[in-house]
Design a binder for this molecule. Structure first.
Ligand SMILES: *Cc1c(COP(=O)(O)O)cnc(C)c1O
Length: 484
C-alpha cells in the first residue's frame, strides 16, 4: 500500500439547520385537505416550536456532511479495539434485522416465539462451551451488570451455605467496574497489589484471603493486556478458604477457543457480547453481558431461564434459590442474535479471532518498543501498553501523541488507562486489521516519536488537519457550548 492514510480530503463546512432553508419551505407534500381550516389555539401552542423550514435535500445534505466529519471503524483503524469498537461483520446486523426477529414482541406467547427461544437456548449452550462454564444466563445488559449478577450469586451462595461473608478481593489491575459492582452488592472491596511483572502474586492473595472473604474478582487478561498466568494457583488458594472466583471475561477476545476458563478455577464469568461477539459498542449501548457459571452455582442464576422440554422451548421461573430477575423480559435480544450469528458464521475459526488479535498486538509491541517505553516487556495478549516516558524528556505527553495520530488518519488509542501506569497508551489493534494497516500505524507512531525530539511544539499544536483542532478540554468540561 503506497497511499498513506490522510485527512486532507474534501470536508465541507456546514451551518446549523436553523441557518439553512427559508420560511415556508417544506420537505413533504401533504394531501389536499378535505375539512375546513381551523386556527390552532394560540393559548395552547404559544408561538409553536422553532423548527427550521427545510426541503428534503437540505436535510439529506446536512446530515450527510455531518456524517463525513466523523471517524468510525468503517473509515479507518480504531486502535481502541474490541473494548470499544472492533470491526463487526455486517452479516450479523443483517440477521438481527430479519423481520421475524426484529418484529418479535416480548409479550408473544411461548408457542409463537419458538425460534427466538431456540436461538437463546443454543446461544447459552455455545457460550457455555466456549468458556467451559456450562450454566448461562443471557439477561444482564452490560458487562458491569454481569458483574453485579456475579456478586449477587456470590452473596446468595454464601448465604445458602449458612456463612455470609463481607469482603471481596480485587487486584489493582482489575477493571474499575469490579470494585464498584462488589460495593453495590454490599461487599467491601479489598485491593490486591500485583507483582512487578504486572500479574497477581499468589502469596499476596494468600495473605489477604480469610473466612470473611467471599472470593476474588480477576480480570483476565488484566487491564495491562497480560494473562494472569498464576490464576489456577490463586483460585486454589481462594477455594481452599471456601471462597469463589469471579472472572471478568470482557476481554475474551484474547482467549476464545484457546483457554477453558472453567479449567482455570473460575466459578463465575461474564462476557461482553458487545465487545467480543459482534455488536458495535462505541455509542455506549445497548449491550449484553451474559454470565456463565459452574454447575454447582446454576441454582442461583437469574430467572426466567429458557428450557427445552422434548422439542418445545419454554421459559421457567421456578428456581427457588435464584437471585431473581435482572432485566425486563429476557435481556437485549438483538445483541444475542448478533452474537449467535457471529459464532455460527465463524464456527471453529473463533479460535483464530483470538490468535490474530494476540499476534497483531504483539507485532505492534515488538516494533514500537524501541520508540516508546514499554513498562512490562513480556508477551501481551490482545493489547499492549506503552507510556510517554521517553517523550516526556522533550515535554511531549501521551495526549500530544494521541492528538497527532489524528493527523495521520488514525483514531487515537485508549490513553491514561490503566491507571496503574502513568501516561499509559494502550493499543488494541484487534484481529481484523491487515499487516499493511498495522505497518502504516507503526510508521505513524514512529514518525511521531521522531517529531517529539525534533519539534515538540508541532505536537503540542496537533492535530492540524481534522475539522476540529485541539479543544480546550477544561473549558469544554466547565462551560460546554451545546449550540454549535
Ligand atoms: C468494558 C469492561 C467492563 C464493563 O463492561 P460494560 O459493558 O461497559 O459495563 C468490565 N470489565 C472489563 C475488563 C471491561 O473491558
Amino acid at each position: 500500500m503506497k497511499e498513506k492514510m490522510g485527512t486532507t480530503g474534501l470536508i465541507f463546512n456546514e451551518p446549523l439547520l436553523w441557518e439553512k432553508g427559508s420560511p415556508g419551505r417544506t420537505g413533504i407534500s401533504l394531501p389536499r385537505r378535505d375539512v375546513d381550516e381551523a386556527p390552532l389555539d394560540k393559548a395552547l401552542t404559544g408561538d409553536g416550536p422553532d423548527f427550521p423550514d427545510l426541503s428534503e435535500l437540505d436535510v439529506v445534505r446536512h446530515f450527510t456532511k455531518l456524517s463525513q466529519w466523523n471517524f468510525g471503524v468503517d473509515s479507518g483503524m480504531y486502535p481502541l479495539g474490541s473494548c470499544t469498537m472492533k470491526y463487526n461483520p455486517k452479516t450479523n446486523e443483517r440477521q438481527a434485522s430479519l423481520p421475524g426477529f426484529a418484529g418479535a414482541h416480548p409479550l408473544l406467547p411461548e408457542r409463537l416465539s419458538q425460534g427466538l427461544l431456540a436461538l437463546m437456548h443454543d446461544l447459552a449452550a455455545y457460550l457455555g462451551e466456549i468458556t467451559g462454564l456450562p450454566a448461562v444466563t443471557l439477561q444482564p445488559s452490560a458487562g458491569s451488570q454481569g458483574e453485579l449478577t456475579g456478586m449477587l450469586i456470590f452473596s446468595a451462595y454464601h448465604k445458602h451455605t449458612g456463612k455470609p461473608r463481607s469482603k471481596v478481593l480485587i487486584p489493582d489491575t482489575a477493571h474499575g467496574t469490579n470494585p464498584a459492582s462488589a460495593a453495590l452488592c454490599g461487599f467491601k472491596p479489598v485491593a490486591v497489589k500485583s507483582g512487578p511483572d504486572g500479574i497477581l502474586v499468589p502469596e499476596a492473595v494468600a495473605a489477604l484471603m480469610d473466612d470473611d472473604t467471599a472470593g476474588i474478582m480477576i480480570t483476565n487478561p488484566n487491564t495491562l493486556g497480560l494473562f494472569e498466568s498464576n490464576i489456577r494457583q490463586v483460585a486454589d488458594i481462594v477455594h481452599g478458604k471456601g471462597g469463589l472466583v469471579y472472572g471478568d471475561g470482557a476481554n475474551m477476545n484474547a482467549i476464545m477457543g484457546v483457554v477453558n476458563v472453567g479449567d482455570l478455577g473460575v466459578d463465575v464469568l461474564h462476557l461482553n457480547l458487545h465487545k467480543t461477539f459482534s455488536t458495535p459498542h462505541g455509542g455506549g449501548g445497548p449491550g449484553a453481558g451474559p454470565v456463565c457459571v459452574t454447575p454447582a452455582l446454576a441454582p442461583f442464576l437469574p430467572v426466567p431461564r429458557v428450557v427445552k422440554d422434548g422439542e418445545v422451548f419454554r421459559l421457567d421461573e421456578n428456581y427457588p434459590l435464584s437471585v431473581g430477575k435482572l432485566h425486563a423480559f429476557y435481556g437485549n435480544v438483538g445483541i444475542l442474535i448478533r452474537a449467535y450469528s457471529y459464532i455460527l458464521s465463524l464456527g471453529k475459526c473463533l479460535k483464530q479471532v483470538s490468535q490474530y488479535a494476540v499476534l497483531n498486538a504483539n507485532y505492534i509491541k515488538q516494533r514500537l518498543k524501541g520508540d516508546y517505553h514499554l513498562p512490562f516487556d513480556r508477551p501481551c495478549m490482545h493489547e499492549c501498553v506503552f507510556t510517554d516516558k521517553f517523550q516526556q524528556e522533550h515535554h511531549v505527553a501521551t495526549l500530544d501523541i494521541a492528538k497527532r495520530l489524528m493527523d495521520h488518519g488514525f483514531h487515537p488509542p485508549t490513553i491514561y488507562f490503566p491507571l496503574v501506569v502513568s501516561g499509559a497508551i494502550m493499543i488494541e489493534p484487534t484481529e481484523s486489521e491487515s499487516k499493511e494497516t498495522l505497518d502504516q500505524f507503526i510508521d505513524a507512531m514512529q514518525q511521531i516519536a521522531r517529531e517529539a525530539k525534533a519539534c515538540p511544539d508541532c505536537l503540542h499544536e496537533s492535530p492540524q488537519f481534522p475539522k476540529v483542532r485541539r479543544l480546550d478540554e477544561t473549558l469544554a468540561a466547565r462551560s460546554p457550548c451545546l449550540k454549535g
